[in-house]
Design a binder for this molecule. Structure first.
Ligand code: SAH
Length: 350
């Protein structure tokens, strides 16, 4: 069975030919897929012989909704989707003034093992296909009944550890007869795999890039993010600088504030020294506490003090709104909970 959501428009035209149809039938099919249709019978301009062939040879429902949580305080919703092979991934739907946003996972699990993160606790199971990532968008639109205009690849997984599928995913989103989504509405967040950053600046210079920094010196970053052993700050920061020079675009540095670790006056001083003069923006995130990690959050008040200090030093900084804090805001927590087969009543298991 071919996952239709894994195909570019050109590949769908090839598929039509394989089915004995002219190529333009593939273009029509592509349009239906990105209108979110999953029932071939609704694709009214396709001949019956083609839809019958598709029913036998192709599929549009690679994900199964396993659980859903709704925030009572804002419009945030979390979805746990089951994959064909029994794994599960998390997707978050968020409402912002400038449009609805979906945060998608790029892998089932993660092998980066950041000390504060719930997603890596059980390691990497496997990378997702582009179709499975697209499905998180389309299925979330279907479940919420809302149009989604922005995508952030910031869920479970390291996108640059799955570069080929992320790149296919972005190319499919760009297709004119499909989503026709502009690069500006897509953000990819990486823990700092330097070769990925370099390649991304060549392939997708207009797509937004966020880099998870979390520490201004390698001694601390080694402790919080093991990836720093392979790509230390001394290589990462020049690669980020090269990215901004090549693309002319601002990098967002994510910085999760962990009490007594990276939020001290000394560390913030080093952060200012590190980033001064760079085309960047710092997104301060009060840590979402994951009980398994033992790390504590700095709290909102400290985050605001740090924001002011950065701004006073000429480094643009914001404190991230904590959306969905009442529904396990930190990525990977719902999945982790499901793995533990918790009977938490706030999870509506379908
Ligand atoms: N692997 C990618 C994308 C997934 S993580 C990356 O590292 O960027 C998305 C963001 O959430 C990253 O900045 C990550 O460091 C952050 N994050 C993970 N666990 C968190 C937690 N408990 N509290 C706050 N931010 C967290």
């Amino acid at each position: 069975m071919k996952d239709l959501r894994n195909l570019t428009e050109a590949e769908m035209q090839e598929l039509a030919k394989e089915a004995g149809q002219p190529a333009f039938r593939g273009r029509q099919l592509f349009g239906w897929v990105y209108k979110g249709r999953t029932d071939f019978r609704e694709m009214t301009n396709l001949p019956e012989v083609f839809t019958a062939w598709l029913k036998e040879n192709a599929e549009l429902d690679s994900l199964k909704l396993l659980a859903r949580q709704k925030s009572k305080t804002d419009g945030t919703q979390k979805f746990l989707y089951g994959l064909k092979d029994g794994n599960a991934v998390e997707t978050v739907f968020m409402k912002y003034k400038y449009g609805n946003t979906v945060c998608v996972s790029s892998q089932a699990g993660c092998r980066m093992h950041c000390a504060f993160c719930a997603s890596g606790i059980n390691g990497l199971v496997r990378s997702l296909t582009a179709g499975e990532i697209i499905s998180q968008l389309l299925d979330t639109e279907r479940e919420t009944g809302e149009k989604i205009s922005r995508i952030v690849v910031m869920g479970t997984g390291e996108p640059f550890d799955n570069y080929d599928q992320i790149s296919r995913f972005i190319r499919i989103l760009h297709e004119k007869d499909g989503r026709n989504m502009s690069s500006r509405n897509i953000t990819v967040s990486s823990c700092g795999l330097v070769p990925g950053i370099r390649k991304f600046s060549e392939d997708f210079p207009q797509v937004n890039l966020a880099v998870s920094l979390h520490a201004p010196v390698s001694s601390l970053r080694d402790e919080l993010m093991p990836v720093n052993h392979s790509y230390p700050l001394e290589e990462l920061i020049p690669a980020c600088r090269a990215y901004t020079e090549k693309t002319g675009r601002r990098i967002t540095f994510e910085y999760a504030l962990i009490r007594g670790k990276n939020d001290t006056d000394e560390m913030i001083g080093k952060l200012i020294h590190l980033l001064r003069g760079m085309l960047c923006h710092v997104n301060l995130i009060p840590l979402n506490e994951v009980s398994e990690t033992g790390l504590l959050t700095s709290g909102r008040k400290r985050a605001e003090e740090i924001q002011k200090r950065l701004e006073d030093s000429g480094i643009p900084a914001t404190v991230r709104r904590q959306l969905g804090a009442d529904i396990d805001g930190a990525c990977g927590q719902l999945r982790l909970k499901a793995q533990k087969q918790s009977d938490d009543s706030s999870v509506t298991v379908k």
